[in-house]
Design a protein. Structure first.
Length: 337
């Protein structure tokens, strides 16, 4: 096992080395379009506050793990990062979140109209990049279909989520389904595309896609727990909008006290810090942390299993490190408890 300092340092270095170039291009590509000069302020906001290292890094490693070259993934990774930007912007709008992870969101800073427009432009740019990629027709068709399937799955997950929220049907099982669906669509698709671009075999593409799905679930569960315990300072907004995270729903289903407290404050315009602190305390008493740890360990084991039959090269070892690092990084994120 790696020491605490080495884990974080190595984790960030891999992300930067494998994804930094594409991440920097993605965050400024719309800003450099002369036709979008009237959107300069929101696009400058994106360039300053958003940088997706994970997508290009994972696509690069997946390609290399099957013997491909990392530069073969740059255009597809750029397109997928821009798709993720669309979902990132629209998710904040759907959740009516003015802040996320200690920062203002584009929706919170510029409103719903700008969020719709910039999100749409990011997706349009993604498909224009796909259309000009230099690859054979069969491979282009496969990659384009995976992008479309990504869109369809994310849209399906959001529609189900909105329907349940409107009907006030709060279920941890449904929320976990959404997490798994989005992980399959997101990182699952990302690593599948990387393996396809690297000319991986059908089994290698399947293994890496499943690895990506498991990693995506782990990352989302970690973030979800942080939101549920207000480590990201957005729990009050989540409660008011009805966009309750999985861990909080899980706690509600096991504690009448948590459910009652949430019902009593859900319609308040202002939810005070003392009320949030009490919700967090009661949530932790349900052993929700144990549940999150159990799930992270379970999906880590599944992800490692997908790498067994891949060739033992540097890229595969880095993918294994990413999974092995998740539990320790999650535990470190809880240091304030």
């Amino acid at each position: 096992m790696y020491s605490k300092s080495k884990i974080d340092k190595r984790y960030r270095k891999i992300l930067e080395d494998k994804g930094g170039t594409v991440a920097d291009k993605a965050k400024t590509i719309l800003l450099r379009e002369p036709a979008l000069k009237d959107l300069r302020q929101p696009l400058e906001f994106i360039a300053k506050n958003w940088r997706d290292l994970l997508t290009p890094a994972m696509m690069s490693l997946s390609c290399e793990a099957v013997g491909g070259r990392r530069d073969e993934t740059h255009e597809a990774a750029l397109a997928m990062s821009l798709m993720n930007l669309s979902f990132f912007i629209w998710d904040d709008m759907i959740d009516k979140a003015p802040f996320k992870l200690f920062k203002p969101t584009l929706f919170g800073e510029f409103g719903e109209g700008a969020a719709i427009i910039v999100g749409g432009l990011a997706s349009a740019k993604a498909f224009s990049i796909l259309n000009r990629m230099d690859m054979d027709t069969a491979k282009r068709q496969t990659v384009t279909k995976l992008f479309w399937d990504l869109w369809a799955k994310v849209a399906q997950a959001e529609m189900v989520n909105l329907k349940l929220r409107k009907e006030e049907i709060f279920s941890s099982r449904k929320k976990f389904w959404k997490i798994k669906m989005e992980a399959t669509a997101g990182l699952g698709t990302c690593l599948r595309i990387g393996a396809i671009l690297g000319n991986g075999s059908e089994s290698e593409i399947t293994y890496l896609g499943e690895y990506g799905r498991c990693l995506g679930i782990i990352l989302e569960l970690a973030k979800d727990f942080q939101v549920s315990t207000n480590l990201t300072l957005e729990l009050a907004e989540k409660i008011r909008s009805g966009a309750l995270p999985y861990s909080l729903l899980w706690a509600m289903e096991r504690s009448k006290i948590v459910r009652t407290k949430l019902e009593n404050i859900a319609d308040k315009n202002n939810i005070g810090p003392n009320e949030i602190s009490e919700i967090v305390k009661l949530t932790l008493e349900t052993k929700v942390l144990n549940n999150t740890l159990k799930n992270i360990k379970s999906f880590s084991k599944k992800a490692r299993g997908q790498l067994i039959d891949l060739r033992d090269i540097d890229a595969t070892r880095k993918l294994k490190f990413f999974i092995d690092a998740q539990l320790q990084l999650f535990i470190e994120s809880l240091s304030m408890f």
